[in-house]
Design a protein around this ligand. Structure first.
Ligand code: PLP
Ligand code: COI
Length: 336
């Protein structure tokens, strides 16, 4: 299979329309068979529930080419499970986890020419998403839904590649106690747009949000969880209002089982972040992006960027994802 003619090493994190996407529709209480289509457009009524009341959720995952030329996905079962939880919180029907994995396989296989080659630094980003489709005017859930998966080749999420980031402590909040911060609802991202545009205008790469209840503890950024390093210990915020990042859960395992580090998942106070030596943002899109500086209203805290532990975690995680290092049982799904 011939690859697309793309300068893989120089692509950013943008949308490129690929050849195939997967579509399944839920109607009369059941999901249909589902399958691939070449049509990237969606036509819906002006009163569709997603347009009026933002009833949508999504996932983000990647397909990689391994060192020995296989195409694989990383822990897709966890994306399938998280999407069920998002759907439940938004009163949407669950998309069955087995069908989710099948949809991913079909989408990646059909777009194999778009999977960046090993060593290019790029990967094929997969975006499963689901939305309320029929016309709803009173505030209630839709009756008809669509589940889709599209694919787009991507490079690094942050401009400038792996240059250490400058992030600020945000004055805006991301998630309310007992709200939707722990699920991947589109509405969580709509409300972050004002804050991210404002951050970029002021020269920051991202916002770090605090817990909105007390504004005392570190939560996460708009699109990634946060990790800190002190000596041989990895410290990461534990909160019921952050997204349970699959990357962060994997890093915790890697730190303990591969690198012999101590791990603390706990409340991380804003007042203690100057005690840490290294800091990184972690997620599917962010992978592990080192933080150089956190600006807390003029209090500047500097970190080592790609310090020794963040570098080791990055090398081990990406080594597992790209087949250079043996993965724990069940972490890698091969696309035949
Ligand atoms: N936090 C937020 C708000 C996100 O949007 C993401 C991206 O998916 C993450 C964390 C990282 O999660 P994951 O590692 O599962 O991609
Ligand atoms: C991902 O990492 O997959 C996300 O969904 C984050 C998004 C901000 C791109």
């Amino acid at each position: 299979m011939e690859k697309k003619n793309i300068d893989w090493g120089n692509i950013g994190f943008g949308y490129v329309q690929t050849d195939y996407r997967y579509v399944s529709t839920y109607k009369d209480g059941a999901w249909d068979e589902g399958g691939l289509t070449t049509d990237a457009n969606i036509v819906m009524n002006e009163c569709a529930c997603v347009l009026q009341y933002s009833q949508s959720c999504f996932e983000g995952m990647k397909a990689y080419t391994t060192e020995d030329g296989r195409i694989v996905c990383f822990r897709p079962d966890l994306n399938a499970a998280r999407m069920v939880e998002s759907a439940e919180r938004l009163k949407m029907p669950a998309f069955p986890e087995e069908k989710f994995l099948e949809a991913i396989k079909q989408t990646v296989k059909a777009n194999a020419a778009w999977v960046p080659p090993y060593g290019s630094g790029a990967s094929l980003y997969l975006r499963p998403f689901m939305f309320g489709w029929d016309s709803i005017i009173g505030v209630k859930p839709a009756n008809v839904y669509q589940f889709r998966v599209f694919a787009t080749p991507v490079g690094p999420y942050f401009k400038g590649g792996v240059k250490p980031l400058t992030v600020r402590i945000s004055d805006f909040d991301r998630a309310a106690p007992r709200g939707t911060g722990h699920v991947k609802a589109g509405l969580n991202y709509a409300m972050s747009l004002y804050a991210i545009v404002d951050a970029h205008e002021k020269g920051y790469d991202e916002n770090i949000y605090l817990d909105s209840g007390s504004r005392t503890y570190i939560e996460e950024t708009g699109g990634a969880n946060v990790i800190f390093i002190k000596g041989n210990t990895l410290v990461t915020p534990k909160s019921s209002t952050i997204l349970p990042s699959i990357t962060r859960r994997s890093i915790v395992h890697v730190a303990k089982e591969y690198l012999g580090m101590e791990v603390e998942e706990r409340d991380v106070a804003l007042s203690e972040i100057d005690q840490f030596e290294e800091c990184g943002l972690c997620g599917t899109a962010a992978v592990i992006s080192p933080v150089g500086t956190i600006d807390d209203h003029g209090r500047l805290i500097h970190y080592a960027g790609f310090g020794p532990k963040i570098q080791k975690l990055y090398d081990t995680l990406t080594g597992i994802q790209m087949g250079r290092i043996e993965a724990p049982e069940g972490w890698i799904m091969e696309i035949e």
